[in-house]
Design a protein around this ligand. Structure first.
Ligand code: NAD
Ligand code: TYD
Length: 342
């Protein structure tokens, strides 16, 4: 039986890495990518798979039933078993602080549209890609486990929590085969440079100030994007319906330390570091306990930070055109609005 993946948000950062991984690891699977190409989606991320047989791009919105049904029809063609990997979302915390409404419509309403259509179409499994941010913030000690209470602090994480609860309800009420993943911060190629790591690499290369919020001692658990993509594939193939799986790198770093490592790798001075006004409601620390996925499904990260960070920096150094493209127009306006008065 043919297998097909209907991926949402496949033109974004994690989505495009997921497409490249799937084309490599499961070359006989059909891939249907449903993406609205918002500011964060970039068709150039997928140039390498464009001409491939059984790769289909649907330019559409997860909030629109007709778009989702069209993508499902393409995926189901010839009676294929369809696995849905749902990762389309508004994903940037700072933008959600500027305005929460797109986060509610895409992340909450869009997820319900996806659940309704996918249930109707009789898909084999629905993998909902969520985030550790649904658990809120940690103090100096402890880790997020799958049973940590949900306590989101930003409009972004609150909308992702809403989507997680709708997925949970679809499983509980309708017996729909759905699985939720909650991952820590990703780094790697194709990340839109509004997020910390590509932003500081891009700025440092041009000797521009690196804006660090607050005291810079906010801690994130960094995971290479390819490891996240492999974890999602593992959950798709081996996870149990109705379960939640945390995914993490066991690699905690304060932002300031991360920035210093990037500067050292680029041979740039630490004087570029510029402390700016803090993010409102800034979560202090995220750290994942990934025991469940490791023990039950046999997944663990393959990439060491000490190898994958230089790989990532080198990717952005070599992708001059890609960076220029994504940092033009709307990005410049966002940057000025967000940082100039900070
Ligand atoms: P991204 O912002 O880079 O990409 C989002 C993609 O979704 C874009 O291609 C965009 O065009 C598309 N999209 C947005 N709204 C849409 C809509 N209404 N209809 C169709 N497509 C739409 O995001 P990312 O960083 O790749 O994150 C992907 C998923 O992973 C998100 O659900 C996010 O919550 C989750 N996640 C991200 C991280 C991280 O570190 N980046 C960590 C954990 C979980
Ligand atoms: P970000 O990449 O936005 O991811 P998230 O908020 O989802 O963890 O930010 C990572 C960390 O870097 C977070 O603590 C906020 C901080 N940060 C800065 O200090 N300066 C910046 O310009 C940005 C974008 C983030």
């Amino acid at each position: 039986m043919t297998k097909a993946v209907l991926l949402t948000g496949g033109a974004g950062f994690i989505g495009s890495n997921f497409v490249h991984m799937l084309a490599e690891l499961r070359p006989d699977w059909r891939i249907v990518n449903l993406d609205a190409l918002t500011y964060a989606g970039n068709a150039a991320n997928l140039a390498a798979v464009e001409g491939r047989d059984e790769y289909h791009f649907v330019h559409g919105d997860i909030r629109e039933r007709a778009d989702v049904m069209k993508a499902l029809e393409l995926a189901k063609a010839g009676g294929a078993d369809v696995y849905v990997v749902h990762m389309a979302a508004e994903s940037h915390v700072d933008r959600s602080i500027e305005g929460g409404m797109p986060f509610v419509t895409t992340n909450v309403v869009g997820t319900q549209v996806m659940l309704d259509c996918c249930r109707e179409a009789g898909v084999a499994r629905f993998v909902h890609v969520s985030t550790d941010e649904v658990y809120g913030s940690l103090g100096d000690q402890g880790f997020f486990t799958e049973s940590t209470p949900l306590a989101p602090n930003s409009p972004y994480s609150a909308s992702k929590t809403g989507s997680d609860l709708l997925v949970r309800a679809a499983h509980h009420t309708h017996g729909f085969d759905a699985v939720i993943t909650r991952c820590s911060n990703n780094y790697g190629p194709y990340q839109f440079p509004e997020k910390l790591l590509p932003l500081i690499i891009a700025n440092a290369q041009e000797d521009k100030p690196l804006p660090i919020y607050g005291d810079g001692m906010y801690v994130r658990d960094w995971l290479f994007v390819r490891d996240h993509c492999e974890a999602i594939l593992t959950v798709l193939e081996k996870g149990a319906a109705g379960e939640v799986y945390n995914i993490g790198g066991n690699n905690e770093l304060p932002n300031l330390e991360l920035v210093k490592q990037v500067l050292a790798a680029l041979g740039k001075p630490e004087s570029l570091i510029t402390f700016v006004k803090d993010r409102p409601g800034h979560d202090r620390r995220y750290a994942i306990d990934a025991t469940k996925i490791r023990e039950q499904l046999g997944w663990e990260p393959r990439y060491r930070f000490s190898e994958a960070l230089p790989l990532t920096i080198e990717w952005y150094r070599s992708q001059v055109e890609w960076l220029q493209g994504v940092r033009s127009g709307a990005y410049r306006e966002y940057y000025q609005r967000h940082y100039d008065a900070r």
